[in-house]
Ligand binder design. Structure first.
Ligand code: AMP
Length: 126
């Protein structure tokens, strides 16, 4: 079930609970602004989620309300995680699902990092 990105931030979403330490995660990287952890249902040999620690629903929400420190840290965090995971030579894919048509399930902004095998076409044409 996908979410409505125009809704206000829901602080009961699963990533908000992870950020509050209410449910566990397998952390890959953390700093003041960013948390990265393994996806619970990996779709590739490497499947890492990177999230801002602030309460942002989507990319458009984050890019309009996020401050410069948060945005810089998020962009650098994604690159840092990819480098530290050793994904640069073989390549990797970044994906952010936003809203209904993209099937965003968790209403807290996240970037997926996929890697570890040929990842196929950019988008499912079906
Ligand atoms: P999206 O469809 O882009 O919103 O993706 C949400 C992702 O969150 C999916 O890939 C899920 O497998 C992942 N996910 C859901 N719950 C957890 C969790 N507790 N820990 C790690 N990943 C999760």
């Amino acid at each position: 079930m996908s979410i409505d990105p125009t809704l206000d931030y829901d602080d009961q979403n699963i990533f908000a609970k992870i950020l509050r330490g209410e449910i566990p995660n397998r952390t890959v990287y953390e700093d003041d602004y960013v948390l990265a952890f393994h996806d619970i249902n990996p779709q590739a040999p490497h499947h890492i989620l990177v999230i801002p620690k602030g309460a942002y629903v989507s990319w458009d929400d984050f890019s309009s309300r996020g401050n410069d420190n948060e945005i810089t840290a998020f962009v650098r965090g994604v690159g840092h995680v990819a480098r530290e995971a050793g994904l640069v030579d073989s390549g990797y894919r970044l994906m952010a699902n936003i809203g209904h048509d993209a099937h965003q399930e968790v209403p807290h902004l996240h970037v997926h990092i996929f890697a570890g095998k040929p990842l196929g076409p950019m988008i499912n044409s079906g």
